[in-house]
Design a protein around this ligand. Structure first.
Ligand SMILES: *[C@@H]1O[C@H](CO)[C@@H](O)[C@H](O)[C@H]1NC(C)=O
Ligand SMILES: *[C@@H]1O[C@H](CO)[C@@H](O)[C@H](O)[C@H]1NC(C)=O
Ligand SMILES: [Zn+2]
Length: 990
């Protein structure tokens, strides 16, 4: 019987899919009955990669006192139930769980699972290591986590397992960049569950639950277009049809001699639910998500009842056809329905579940974990790069450790309860610990490649708080600065040292001495560092590193202090305080201690900019709503934030302004809120380092701390925020592009995710703030912009995590967090160019390590893996070894409207790019590296005529370069890769 079901379909297998012996893909889909309403039942489980329990506890079903959930049993149970009936279908999503379950299976089970996959009965959806958050994630990490999961699937099961549909059913709002990346990974569609309640109501009415989402303003359609559907019930079943152990709904009782026989009722109820749902959708197909969090641990319950439901509803002949299906089969049915679809060009942020309930707090929640995750991304890229360079040299992998642990830890950390900051505290600790373990392996890898020995280099994890026992105590040491960017970079390094001496710094490649100076350790730093170290100064010098390589500097302590003067901060009592360099002048009000004026002398711009740290009092509920501020939800109790010091002033100190390399102003708002504002010689930005915590809560108010910039700029309510570190979206105060907003929260309802930058502009100028981690940001007044930097809460927002977000850190008195903002005040034209390049330098800043001078293992003062630097507009996004060769991703890092020169298409030859490595073959892959570009064709969709017209007016700015359809198909003999603005191309080199 089962054979008869499969065999005829085999003939439809296309030669391109190389699915010899297998039958998978859209041709296995049941498309129902074209004359009736078709209900696609999608059995599924939603398995969080850590949330209330750690990822290990969820996998094994440990720590059941918190919550009953065990993923290993889910997979065991589902597989055995699928084998019983070829009609049954199931989808699985999170590879962090599946990959470890797979390793534990016998060959017999493995072959059964392979058969289920080949026959489309077990289908992988999304296929990422996790279902990543979309607000706090960086695109580099999203691409890596998707690659990790999807290449595991391809290696394990071949092309039949390639996920065709992205499945983001739980993340709390959806980013346009995510849609763009999914499209570039070859996905045919995306389904999700959470969106603003008003948005959803309107979509149901206007039949716009399903649209084409245009993910990019630069990439030509359809390259970043993605069919996107909103699920009717989030990701749960319709009411009355939950058949899991977790649920209380009645099973189908179908012995008609029984008193409680309920088949008729169940059928009627179901048919009604289906017809109601169908009213919101365009075609005669609808999808029902039959499952929820950690369901199917006893899959018998679901499948037994769904089998009966299908049987009885179909038998009732009510013009409703029900069958087992998958999201990709549902998508295919829509594709075959031959309808025209409207286009969406904005995004799905912020997510309001109901009035007063805006999920905008998690944009900032757990700022320490957010920064650690961002920095770990850099660690991983460096680790990948040095692994590749070692492979170039030796043509095989000879290293004793690998990047594998950090890859997996980063995959887990992108989960929508991980980097989002919405897990329980013990789970957040577990995420950080995994990253730490992965980084330790990578330190060995980096050390072995650069110095020849896995333990030669010393890394100091706490350089940001001037803590490094190694440098603090050495007479002489070498500083190694590794630059992961494909162009030369110069960056100031700050090394913790003993403050009583002076130091010589020598560039070991040239033998030249390098200018340096000692900067005193701030009170803010000692407040974070406490008893963990006592370096009195930071040794500051400008390190210049070659493209994709490293530079070494020798530091020698002198016994006598000669040419270096320790600069002590001085308090000024009267008059304004000014710091300046070649580009900027920043003036602080002598009375209030706050920033007052910023002058960009090169562009001759002068504007008043007042900046301060302020706090919102976290709501514990009020008469309008009992909604509290929590890990997910931001809800201030009052619209206006409060001053930190009683009088709204900051105590200011100036480090002598005749320092040649850096000028600094220290601001103290209170003993838990400090800033240092810096201007470095030769650097075209104002650096603002903030240190916030322990946030006091003894007044019983949870506090959400912001940094706010106020200017006289006329901004008309507009503010611009990036999506996942790539393209920028326009936001407007109390406004949504596709519906009339009834604003219930004037502060929280105007917050947006900021991953790397936020800016405001008037007709001439732009004020840009770049960040070192994801934060929430807003513009609530004309000329104003703010970023939320830290939060400590006493209430709980009722979204399931069950703990107040009250991080206490290692000293038990409230976590202290330190971070940086970089300000640019410039003409709009100049700002667009600068923020692109500076953002790259921030997230890929040099990795610093130390070693002994006496070591003779490596005498090279510098090294680069590149033959020549890459052009400024090209970012080397990935360079990594895989079992098949070397994976490289090149990215055009400018949009088509950023810059007259740098927005142009650019060509890079892979032929003479790397030292010691000439590719013999280069094959282009989809962005997720799981399939060759030539092997996959995406489904095509018809756009409605009206949409096509509307879309012409959608570009905010006139592009410098008009993208045409001339995407390159052949690389030629030199493997010349041409990149269009914002295009990322992925290649496997052998
Ligand atoms: C059956 O359902 C289809 C799709 O909803 C509809 O077009 C058709 O009119 C229905 N037929 C009857 C007899 O109700
Ligand atoms: C996908 O996996 C198959 C083997 O299962 C392999 O031959 C092929 O090269 C892989 N594709 C990519 C792009 O890695
Ligand atoms: Zn979830």
């Amino acid at each position: 019987m089962f054979k008869a079901f499969v065999l005829p379909l085999l003939l439809l297998c296309s030669a391109r899919l190389a699915c010899a012996g297998a039958n998978c893909g859209y041709q296995t889909c049941n498309l129902g009955d074209e004359n009736s309403l078709n209900v696609h039942l999608v059995p599924h489980t939603h398995d969080d990669v850590g949330w209330l329990k750690t990822v290990d506890q969820y996998y094994y079903g440990a720590n059941q006192k918190i919550v009953q959930a065990g993923v290993q049993y889910i997979l065991d149970s589902v597989v055995s139930q699928l084998l019983l009936d070829p009609n049954r279908r199931f989808i699985y999503v999170e590879m962090a769980f599946f990959a470890r379950w797979w390793l534990e299976q016998s060959d017999h089970v493995k072959s059964q699972v392979k058969m289920l996959v080949d026959e489309g009965r077990l289908e992988f959806i999304l296929g990422g290591w996790c279902m990543n958050d979309e607000a706090a994630t960086h695109y580099n990490a999203i691409i890596d986590q998707m690659t990790l999961g999807m290449t595991f699937l391809n290696r394990t099961f071949g092309p039949c397992a390639r996920p065709r549909v992205a499945w983001q059913i739980d993340p709390f709002g959806h980013s346009r960049e995510q849609a763009s990346l999914f499209a570039q990974m070859g996905f045919d569609g995306l389904f999700f569950g959470r969106l603003d309640f008003e948005d959803k109501q309107l979509r149901e009415k206007e039949l716009k639950m399903e649209e084409i989402w245009r993910g990019s303003e630069s990439l030509d359609s359809p390259n970043a277009d993605l069919f996107t559907g909103v699920n009717e019930n989030g990701y749960g079943p319709p009411s009355g049809f939950c058949f899991d152990t977790y649920c209380a709904d009645e099973p189908i009782m179908d012995d008609n001699s029984l008193e409680e026989f309920n088949v008729k009722d169940k059928v009627n109820f179901f048919v009604d639910a289906a017809r109601r749902q169908a009213k919101h959708f365009k075609t005669n197909h609808i999808m029902m998500t039959m499952g929820s969090d950690f369901q199917y641990e006893n899959a018998i319950m679901w499948f037994k009842n769904l089998d009966k439901l299908i049987k009885y509803v179909n038998a009732a002949k009510k013009n409703v056809t029900v069958f087992y299906s998958t999201p990709s089969c549902y998508l295919y049915a829509l594709n075959q329905a031959d309808k025209e679809w409207t286009v969406k060009t904005d995004d799905f942020f912020p997510y309001a579940e109901r009035p007063h309930s805006f999920w905008t707090g998690y944009f900032t929640s757990r700022p320490g974990l957010k920064a650690y995750t961002r920095e770990s991304n850099k660690f991983l890229q460096v680790c990948n790069q040095v692994e590749a360079s070692s492979y170039f040299k030796n043509h095989q992998n000879t290293l004793s450790r690998t990047s594998a642990a950090l890859k997996a830890a980063m995959g887990v950390a992108q989960h929508h309860d991980a980097v989002s900051g919405t897990s329980k505290q013990h789970v957040a600790n577990d995420y950080a610990k995994r990253l730490y373990i992965g980084r330790e392996s990578c330190k060995s890898v980096i050390s072995e490649v650069i110095s020849g020995s896995a333990s030669q280099l010393t890394f100091c994890d706490y350089l940001n708080v001037t803590l490094c026992n190694y440098t603090q105590n050495m007479q002489q040491f070498t500083v190694i600065a590794y630059n992961p960017i494909g162009r030369e970079i110069s960056r100031y390094l700050r090394i913790p040292v003993d403050g009583s001496a002076s130091f010589d710094v020598v560039d070991m490649a040239t033998g030249n001495s390098v200018a340096s100076e000692l900067v005193p350790v701030t009170e803010a730093t000692t407040s974070v560092r406490r008893n963990r170290g006592n370096a009195a100064s930071e040794l500051l010098f400008l390190a210049t590193e070659p493209a994709l390589g490293y530079q070494q500097y020798k530091v020698t302590k002198r016994s006598v202090s000669t040419n270096f003067l320790k600069k002590n901060p001085i308090s000024k009592t009267k008059g304004d305080i000014t710091i300046s360099n070649e580009f900027y002048k920043v003036v602080f009000d002598g009375n209030s201690g706050l920033m007052k004026t910023v002058v960009n002398s090169a562009s001759q711009i002068e504007t008043m900019i007042s900046q301060q740290l302020l706090w919102y009092n976290a709501s514990l509920g009020n008469s309008a709503s009992n909604q509290q501020s929590g890990a997910y939800v931001f809800r201030p109790n009052s619209t206006n934030p409060f001053h930190i010091s009683a009088d709204g002033k900051a105590e200011v100190k100036l480090v002598q302004s005749d320092n040649p390399l850096v000028q600094e102003v220290y601001q103290k708002f209170s003993d838990w809120a400090y800033q240092v504002v810096r201007l470095y010689k030769g650097k075209k930005f104002v650096e603002v380092e903030w240190t916030v915590g322990p946030i006091p809560v003894d007044d019983k108010w949870g506090k959400e701390i912001i940094s706010r910039y106020d200017t006289p700029m006329v901004t008309n309510g507009y503010v611009y925020t990036d999506a996942n570190g790539r393209e920028v979206l326009e936001r407007k105060y109390n406004y949504r592009p596709t519906w009339n907003l009834n604003q219930s929260e004037p502060v929280a309802g105007n917050y947006y995710p900021v991953n790397s930058r936020i800016y405001i502009k008037d007709s001439k100028y732009q004020l840009t703030v770049l960040t070192d981690r994801s934060q929430g940001g807003a513009s609530l007044k004309n000329g104003s912009l703010e970023l939320m930097v830290h939060r400590r809460l006493l209430g709980e927002d009722g979204k399931g995590v069950g703990e107040p977000l009250n991080e206490t850190g290692q000293f038990g008195d409230g976590l202290i967090v330190r971070g940086k903002h970089w300000l640019l005040l410039d003409t709009i034209t100049s700002s667009q160019r600068q923020h692109r390049l500076l953002a790259e330098e921030i997230f890929m800043s040099p990795l610093v390590a130390f070693q002994n001078v006496t070591s003779d293992t490596n005498t090279m003062g510098s090294g680069s893996w590149l033959v020549a630097p890459l052009p400024d507009n090209v970012h080397l996004l990935t360079l990594a070894t895989t079992p098949d060769g070397v994976l490289i991703r090149l990215e055009h890092q400018f949009t088509k409207s950023d810059d007259a020169e740098l927005s142009k298409p650019v060509t890079v030859s892979l032929k003479n790019l790397f030292k010691n490595f000439q590719p013999t073959s280069v094959e282009e892959l989809w962005l997720g590296a799981n399939a060759k570009k030539d092997d996959v064709t995406r489904l095509q969709w018809k756009l409605s005529e009206r949409t096509k017209r509307e879309n012409r007016v959608y570009n905010f700015e006139r592009p410098y370069y008009d993208v045409t359809n001339d995407f390159q198909t052949s690389l030629g003999d030199n493997f010349d890769v041409t990149l269009q603005p914002m295009q990322i191309r992925t290649f496997l080199m052998k």
